[in-house]
Design a protein around this ligand. Sequence first.
Ligand code: ATP
Ligand code: MG
Length: 559
Amino acid sequence: MSDAEKRPSNFIRQIIDADLASGKRTSVVTRFPPEPNGYLHIGHAKSICLNFGLARDYQGSCNLRYDDTNPEKESIEYANSIAEAVEWLGFSWSGEKRYASDYFEQLYQYAEELIQKGLAYVDDSTPEEMRAMRGSLTEAGKESPYRSRSVAENLDMFRRMRAGEFADGSKVLRAKIDMSSPNINLRDPVIYRIRRAHHWRTNDDWCIYPMYDYTHCISDALEGITHSVCTLEFEDHRPLYDWVLDNITIPCHPQQIEFARLQLEGMLTSKRKLNELVQRQVVSGWDDPRMPTIMGLRRRGVTPAALRLFCERIGVTKQDSVVELQQFETCVRDDLDQNAGRAMAVLNPVKVVIENWPAEQVQELTAHAHPQKPEMGERKLFMTRELFIDHNDFRETTDDKDFKRLLLGGEVRLRNSYVLKAEQAIKDATGKLTEIRASVDHNTLGKNPEGRKVKGVIHWVSASHSLPAEVRLYEPLFTTLRPWELDDYTTALNPASLTVVTGARVEPSLANVAPETRFQFEREGYFVADRHDCKPGHLVFNRTIGLKDSFAKLENKAK
Ligand code: ATP
Ligand code: MG
């Protein structure tokens, strides 16, 4: 059975299967065609997994092609971040990276061909005039007075456009199709505009730039793409895609296939809106761990495998829908539960002094890095007279029957260590707890205490054998599940989206942790060593996700 057969089928695979069976195609060539005008987001991950996944499963190939026809908004930084995201997700493109700008000369020649065939003309109408002549969904458009220019005049004008004789915006080249078509995309669409903009690759070679619809189909055909997969909003553009390829001399005609874009609760999936968050400094940058960008999710601690799993689980359809955040979080947890090592970190430490433990005694204990995976190795813990436990794990008294942690006079298991009893709570003049005096039952290491049951288990670190750490706690960026519906998203920013905890303590096995190592901090959640800021001597961890759903919390807040 091939990989393609093992995966759940979808309507795109069915089209490909039929094409291969009928002999219409003999191979599968796809492409991922981002515009380098921002960092990729989780929606792009879906498109990447789909396009590269098809190529992999059908032993075909997938190109990475920058759709770089809009010079003012594009940059090399964005282009690099895109390639980095694709590679990080675990895919490799076929051959070199491709650029629509590499085809500028060919695109230009095809435009001359259309002119020669009487299928394109130079229009001097102003943008307002063109808009007025375009008509509406219920009303046919009107033909431009320039539509009947001769081939010779059009050719001359277009060449002079290229030569820079005309001002920006003063003329355009339009395809001559049908001003009364019910499909507005076919009402003589603009295919070239004059724009004196510096291009990050072609510099100032060009002052005319081809439009997306015209560029995309020809780039696909030049690369021998068989199946050109794109999102649903391009469905109405497909007749134009086909018209261009049918009317120029080009041997290849890829098939455009549309699928529903990914929309995920709580996340914006538009580079333009994400750019706004960056520009307005709502976040620290494109890879802020709260961003739904691939680089933001990476920094947050999400693994490439979890993203691929998510894209696989949501599948591919033609139906627009909003995916529940919970579905994403489940993939993240499923993956980290399997693969992240365990460690102990105390986020809100309070000191415990064990009165029946000698000050000079240090006992080395071992714990598995992962409870089900002995191959992940062991870590050393150190039991000492002074420990830190989490403030929230101690109460003097409580009415809460579910509180299974440490009560004054009560006992609790220290994870991987002894049973501890709280003897006395020491407070400062303001009544704030400063220290817990305690004792351990020396006969409880690796075994239950005699004659009584101890239910609770808490995490801890040694005061002397632990390390300070900064921990960044993340919550959803917005207080609404549908931030894309807001006119002004600043009205729904979550003030608690980032909490920086500076006084945390972590177990000593983390002293030389490599950036991007992921952990389950026991009883706290999943964390990752920050890829930029975490260094030996200055440990910084980002909370990827809690152990339970943050979804429920968000929903409650939204109510
Ligand atoms: P944005 O609005 O964020 O700029 P885009 O579609 O303009 O998105 P491109 O750089 O043109 O961004 O996208 C590259 C590819 O990724 C396209 O084929 C596009 O269809 C696909 N894509 C973009 N957003 C999504 C999404 N939310 N879900 C699935 N595929 C997407
Ligand atoms: Mg775009």
